[in-house]
Design a protein around this ligand. Structure first.
Ligand code: ZN
Length: 161
C-alpha cells in the first residue's frame, strides 16, 4: 500500500538544518493522517506515494515548512511587564496570554530596560532536511477521518474536540 490521501502512515525521522546540526529526531515512529495537514506541507508532499521500508531525504524550504522569518513578529516590552519571579534568559520560551489566545515567544534580546520577544516559530526561516523511513501505511478509520488525525493503536488517548 502506498501513502495517499486518507491513509495513516508511520515514519521515523531525523531533522537537521542547513548547517547539518540535528534539530530533532524521532524515538518512536510518528503516525499521521495523510492529506489533512497533520505535518508540514513540504514533507507531506514528498511522502506521497511512498511505501513501507522506503527511505527518503527530503529538503523543505521555509515556505513549505514553518514559514519565512517575519520581522514584524519581534516586539519590545519594558522589563516591568514581567512578573518579578521570572528570570529572563536569552532563548527562553514564554507563553503569553493575549486576546488572540496563547502565543509562544522566544526571548531574543535582553536590553537594559527592555526585552525583545520573538513570536516567530523557532524554525521559521530554516530550510529543513529530513531523513525519513516509512514504517507503516494503512487505511484510516472512519473515526480518524472524522477527527482529521491519526489515532494510536491502543485507542483514543488524546483529549480534544
Ligand atoms: Zn481524535
Amino acid at each position: 500500500m502506498k501513502i495517499a490521501a486518507n491513509t495513516v502512515a508511520g515514519f521515523t525521522y531525523r531533522l537537521t538544518n542547513s548547517e547539518g546540526q540535528e534539530l530533532d529526531a524521532s524515538t518512536t515512529p510518528l503516525d499521521y493522517l495523510h492529506g489533512h495537514k497533520n505535518i508540514i506541507p513540504g514533507l507531506e508532499k514528498a511522502l506521497e506515494g511512498s511505501k513501507v521500508g522506503d527511505k527518503k531525504q527530503v529538503t523543505v524550504a521555509p515556505e513549505e515548512a514553518y514559514g519565512t522569518y517575519d520581522e514584524t513578529l519581534l516586539h519590545k516590552y519594558p522589563k516591568t511587564v514581567f512578573p518579578e519571579d521570572v528570570t529572563l534568559e536569552l532563548g527562553m520560551e514564554l507563553d503569553c496570554e493575549t486576546e488572540n489566545g496563547v502565543i509562544s515567544y522566544i526571548v531574543n534580546e535582553i536590553l537594559e530596560d527592555e526585552v525583545l520577544l520573538d513570536a516567530n516559530h523557532p524554525l521559521a526561516g530554516e530550510t529543513l532536511h529530513f531523513d525519513v523511513e516509512i514504517t507503516s501505511v494503512r487505511e484510516a478509520t472512519s473515526e480518524e477521518l472524522e477527527h482529521g488525525h491519526a489515532h494510536s493503536p491502543g485507542g483514543h488517548h488524546h483529549h480534544h474536540h
